[in-house]
Design a protein around this ligand. Structure first.
Ligand SMILES: *[C@@H]1O[C@H](CO)[C@@H](O)[C@H](O)[C@H]1NC(C)=O
Ligand SMILES: *[C@@H]1O[C@H](CO)[C@@H](O)[C@H](O)[C@H]1NC(C)=O
Ligand SMILES: *[C@@H]1O[C@H](CO)[C@@H](O)[C@H](O)[C@H]1NC(C)=O
Ligand SMILES: *[C@@H]1O[C@H](CO)[C@@H](O)[C@H](O)[C@H]1NC(C)=O
Ligand SMILES: *[C@@H]1O[C@H](CO)[C@@H](O)[C@H](O)[C@H]1NC(C)=O
Ligand SMILES: *[C@@H]1O[C@H](CO)[C@@H](O)[C@H](O)[C@H]1NC(C)=O
Ligand SMILES: *[C@@H]1O[C@H](CO)[C@@H](O)[C@H](O)[C@H]1NC(C)=O
Ligand SMILES: *[C@@H]1O[C@H](CO)[C@@H](O)[C@H](O)[C@H]1NC(C)=O
Ligand SMILES: *[C@@H]1O[C@H](CO)[C@@H](O)[C@H](O)[C@H]1NC(C)=O
Length: 500
């Protein structure tokens, strides 16, 4: 009997340290974000959110308890820097978890390396469509912010609801981070798969808004992604040509809430009155904001920390990246608890990643639902000018990604989204159409690609002759280098939109 008792005690003593050590994990986290505060997801902005998460998880008990996070921040800029520091750091000790990078090209390299090393990566960025292919090189990537493809579902729902048939996509390509390019790539993927007729206009440098607006004549919907000044020029050109009734206009502005709606038409110049009328026809797609009581405390704490870091004004607003990286740690903690319960450990990157997918939980700003492919379902709003006198905007639709429904708000007015009888433009007024047999024409500062995929890239080479006059003058050699550079970088994400 006493033998049995001491045996039990012995077993219990052996099990005890195992059980407690399971709840006392040291987690090395490596965060890749840019130092430069011109990014909405700079280290100084996101650090307070990550620290808030580690602090509150200590207090909140299961399913977060027992995890001791040690967080290292690395400056990733938006190019190769992140890859280099990952490799250098990992020579000493590989991290257990990587957060970021946000920029597409930096993320592509880091995620490939991490997937190879079996390290989970969670990012509130890497929103490009290429990252959807999780079978191979991006297998360990979980995205906690809604991707461009999820945003594009909003358009799919709208097209369905209003029976629109065709769209022209206009985007500004900065050739660096290429946010607008990737944004509209998502829209293109979704609409193209549903067989809508699509035409693409790329703005490379100088903008001739009149030339751009000519490209929109025959299309039901115009979807734009560009800087606020370019959007204003295009809307003014549309208004002058009385085309604001001809198509339904959209601008996509996901992150920088101060630049859409209420007064974004206002510049204090002589065009303000026209711009206000023109913007009455412009709808803006943006992230749906939800607020819950816990968010207030988060928001105040994070703002306080940002103030200490010298960030204030508009730039100190809480954004999707801060929320996302906060929720990323929460999601990881829950997944790791499950994995440890199942008898594995923090080095089992495959299982941890799997446990993060197909999962819904309460994030800091509201419900977060990660789909079975490891990407967050997104909720979006469409904002429209509802007070024509004051020129202020309100949300008229909300799109909910997890059930795919479009909710119409009380201020919604169906007429605004119904196509009028199209104002006929005589073909002779449009000389540029004849210059490109492939549906590709080069006009001042823009290249128009009727065909996509390879065609867009080919057009870049084919029509370089026309193109050369339009962009800044470059030597032959420089031009060649830029072409190569572009192609390499595009290949680096395997984007369906551009690379063959
Ligand atoms: C930060 O980024 C902006 C815009 O890209 C750039 O003009 C500026 O020089 C950068 N600052 C530093 C310190 O690198
Ligand atoms: C957490 O980890 C740090 C660094 O490894 C260590 O100094 C600290 O004591 C740990 N805290 C707990 C509660 O284990
Ligand atoms: C748009 O249509 C409305 C009604 O059909 C008309 O009153 C208005 O003048 C039109 N606006 C433009 C810019 O053509
Ligand atoms: C946000 O938009 C405002 C107004 O258009 C602009 O001045 C500001 O630079 C933008 N901020 C960022 C981080 O893009
Ligand atoms: C946030 O909550 C914590 C703990 O509940 C509290 O200590 C802190 O003062 C709160 N911060 C603000 C700004 O209310
Ligand atoms: C639990 O762990 C086993 C072995 O490590 C693994 O085969 C199984 O898939 C895990 N269960 C779940 C639900 O992930
Ligand atoms: C996702 O989870 C639900 C239950 O929560 C399950 O029924 C479904 O099969 C899962 N889907 C995948 C693809 O794992
Ligand atoms: C625009 O202003 C109105 C009235 O001031 C306000 O109700 C609304 O929330 C504002 N919209 C945005 C997007 O700031
Ligand atoms: C879809 O989800 C949203 C929020 O998640 C909810 O408000 C809405 O009622 C749902 N719609 C349907 C048709 O289930």
């Amino acid at each position: 009997m006493s033998y049995l008792l001491s045996c039990c005690l012995y077993v219990w003593l052996i099990l005890l340290p195992v059980r407690t050590s399971a709840l006392n994990e040291e987690i090395e986290v490596l965060v890749f974000l840019p130092k430069n505060n011109s990014y909405l997801f700079s280290i100084s902005r996101v650090t307070p959110a990550i620290e808030y998460a580690t602090q509150t998880m200590k207090l909140n008990g299961l399913p977060y308890s027992g995890l001791n996070f040690t967080v290292h921040y690395e400056n990733s800029d938006c190019g190769n820097e992140a890859l280099f520091s990952l490799v250098e750091r990992s020579c000493m000790k590989k991290p257990d978890l990587i957060l970021g990078p946000v920029c597409e090209y930096a993320a592509a390299q880091v995620v490939r390396m991490a997937s190879h090393w079996n390290i989970p990566v969670i990012s509130a960025g890497a929103l490009a469509t290429g990252f959807n292919q999780k079978e191979k090189e991006y297998s360990h990537l979980t995205r906690v912010a809604p991707t461009y493809l999820k945003m594009a579902e909003t358009f799919s729902a709208l097209f369905h609801d209003f029976s629109w048939k065709s769209a022209v996509l206009i985007y500004d390509d900065d050739k660096e981070e290429r946010n607008c390019y990737f944004t509209l790539e998502g829209v293109h993927s979704v609409l193209d798969a549903e067989d809508y007729h699509i035409h693409v206009v790329v703005i490379y440098s100088k903008v001739d808004a009149d030339e751009i607006i000519k490209e929109t004549y025959d299309y039901d919907v115009v979807i734009m992604c560009a800087g606020a000044d370019i959007i204003r020029d295009i809307m003014l050109a549309a208004y002058r040509r009385r085309l604001t009734n001809n198509s339904i206009f959209f601008n996509i502005e996901l992150f920088n809430s101060s630049s859409y709606g209420n007064g974004s038409w206002k510049r204090g110049d002589k065009y303000d009155a026209d711009a206000k009328h023109a913007y009455a026809a412009l709808n803006v797609v943006t992230l749906l904001r939800t607020v819950k009581p816990q968010f207030e405390n988060f928001s105040m704490e994070v703002k306080k920390s940002m103030q200490k870091a010298g960030i204030s004004g508009d730039g100190a607003n809480i954004n999707m990246f801060m929320e996302g990286f906060h929720d990323a740690l929460q999601l990881y903690a829950m997944a790791l608890h499950d994995v440890i319960k199942n008898g594995s450990n923090k080095k089992d990157g495959v299982q941890i990643t799997q446990r993060m997918w197909n999962r819904t939980f309460e994030g800091i700003a509201g419900q977060v639902s990660i789909d079975a492919n490891g990407d967050r379902n997104g909720d979006f709003s469409v904002m429209t000018m509802t007070d024509l006198q004051a020129g202020t905007y309100e949300a008229v639709f909300n799109y909910y990604g997890n059930n795919g429904t479009l909710q119409k708000m009380p201020v919604f007015n169906r007429d605004r989204f119904t196509l009028q009888v199209r104002h006929r433009i005589p073909k002779s007024e449009d000389p540029d159409k004849s210059s490109g047999g492939l549906g590709v024409s080069a006009v001042t500062g823009i290249i128009v690609g009727g065909l996509l995929g390879t065609a867009l890239l080919m057009a870049f080479y084919f029509f370089r002759k026309n193109y050369r006059i339009t962009i800044e003058r470059r030597t032959q050699r420089e031009e060649c280098d830029i072409g190569k550079h572009r192609q390499l970088r595009e290949d680096s994400i395997r984007s369906n939109f551009s690379a063959a």
